[in-house]
Design a protein around this ligand. Structure first.
Ligand code: AMP
Ligand code: ZN
Length: 464
């Protein structure tokens, strides 16, 4: 079945053509590990996970690489400020290596909790300094670099199509003011490939290089690591929309100069998770919400995953606890469905199964339309004529992409005593013995649980 994806390069929904049949190579810009991931960052990784799952669902063999940025990402994406890792180390009185290790582990914990399939390769920037140096040497050999003030820069004016991804209007934007202008740059868009000049004498991550002792620019790591693991020409590169004008623009410039040809076929970007007033969530702001913050407030990580799937990845998404609660309610309903469907033992109806499976496949192949894919799931569950077996098989099939762990049921197991009370209450209600049903409800409440009689059956929730 045809797969369509919106390519930021063309701004069009394109039919996906792999470089090698039935294989897809994907690179995702990973986290800068100087702090916890916020739930906005995690949107970017749920998105790349849905992408890989969609390909697997369509029979592709996926090779997914996601780097860990543990050096070179300065507090301003345009090469000014301080290395974020050094900043984290000073904040917490630890070494940069301790900071990187701690936040990498926390990040992987988040990925696991969100049921994100861990990418095949998760290379660390600091393990690939020699590859970066080799790449910079190639760029230098082609005459696209200059040294100034101790740093080695990429000269963007020599590249005819610089800025094509973001469609930068180079002349108009030349005049834009910067918070902290780098006076050594010949042109405003030039960027650092290798730093030997740094602000703080305590700076600890330094390596020898042909340009002096120092550290690499941020952009160069993604070009070096993606080409090492995926080759010099690969299918898909992903990231958040904030990476379009600087990071990805510069990755393209240096890679295409170094390799001498087109580098990536499809550029996919997720839009932002915002909180009220359309504010971008940022590690440096007060509005920093982690996955653990949601867990502490009584949500399951997969409630957040469901919440994200309810919006298309290319749409700005407003976060609120009310919206998350609605997602939680939906996930609980789904788990309840699974519990009830598992009790039914009938064979799936093959024709209906195939029809709905294809409908789901079409939606997910249409630029990862998760909101519509979820509607197909609900349509199946609410269908009066479909057998329980068909519903359950479809739900398990769809969950290969949705990744909500519906069938294995990660929801809290109810204590045995409670299960008995709920069963007895259902029985009493069936026999219209409402007095007994009410007594049993009171006992359930005393145990700290709430019973809700929904059209789909009894739902039991722990009270907060
Ligand atoms: P960083 O650690 O800053 O490199 O960010 C990691 C990933 O999160 C990148 O792909 C960013 O584009 C993405 N990102 C950052 N903030 C948000 C947000 N509020 N919503 C969605 N994605 C984001
Ligand atoms: Zn990157």
């Amino acid at each position: 079945m045809e797969i369509k994806l919106t390519n930021t390069m063309s701004r069009e929904k394109e039919v996906f053509q792999p470089i090698k049949p039935n294989k897809v190579n994907i690179y995702t810009c990973g986290l800068t590990v100087y702090n916890y991931a916020h739930i906005g960052n995690l949107r970017a990784y749920v998105f790349s996970d849905i992408l890989r799952r969609m390909f697997e669902y369509n029979g592709f063999k996926v090779n997914h690489v996601m780097n860990i940025t543990d050096v070179g990402h300065l507090t301003d994406d345009q090469d000014s400020g301080e290395d974020k890792l050094e900043k984290g180390a000073r904040r917490e009185h630890k070494t940069v290596w301790e900071i990187a290790q701690y936040y990498t582990d926390e990040f992987i914990k988040d990925l696991n909790q969100l049921n994100i399939i861990i990418p095949e390769v998760m290379p660390k920037a600091t393990d690939h300094i020699s590859e970066m140096i080799e790449l910079i040497k190639l760029i230098e050999k082609r005459g696209f670099t200059y040294s100034a003030g101790g740093n080695l820069y990429f000269d963007t004016t020599q590249l005819k199509d610089y800025g094509k991804l973001a469609r930068l209007k180079l002349d108009a934007e030349k005049t834009r003011t910067r918070v902290e202008e780098d006076t050594y740059k010949k042109n405003p868009f030039d960027f650092v490939l290798w730093f030997t000049r740094y602000k703080y004498s305590s700076h600890s991550m330094l390596w020898d290089s042909p340009w002096g002792k120092g550290f690499p620019g941020w952009h160069v790591e993604c070009s070096a690591m993606s080409s090492k693991y995926l080759g010099n020409h690969f299918d898909i590169h992903t990231g958040g929309i904030d990476h379009i004008p600087v990071h990805h623009t510069n990755e393209i410039a240096q890679s295409e100069v170094a390799f001498g040809h087109k580098w990536v076929n499809y550029w996919l970007h997720n839009d932002f998770l915002v909180i009220e007033d359309n504010q971008k969530m940022a590690k440096s702001k007060q509005n920093f919400l982690r996955l653990q913050t949601l867990i502490d407030r009584g949500f399951h990580p997969l409630d957040y995953r469901y919440f994200l799937l309810g919006a298309h990845y290319r749409k700005n998404l407003l976060f609120s606890f009310d919206n998350l609660q609605a997602a939680k309610n939906a996930v609980e309903k789904l788990r309840d469905w699974v519990m009830r469907l598992k009790k039914v033992e009938d064979e799936p109806d093959q024709t209906a199964y195939r029809e709905y499976q294809q409908q789901f496949n079409r939606e997910i192949n249409d630029d990862l339309n998760t909101p519509r894919a979820l509607s197909v799931l609900w349509e199946v569950l609410n269908h009066d004529q479909l057998s329980g077996g068909t519903k359950l098989s479809l739900l398990e099939n769809f969950d290969q992409v949705l990744g909500l762990n519906l069938s294995t049921g990660k929801s809290e197991e109810l204590p045995e005593q409670l299960k008995l009370l709920v069963g007895n209450r259902d029985e009493a209600r069936n026999q219209k013995n409402f007095k007994l049903a009410d007594q049993l409800r009171n006992e359930i409440t005393r145990l700290g649980y709430q019973v809700i009689d929904s059209p789909e059956g009894t739902i039991v929730k722990k009270m907060k």
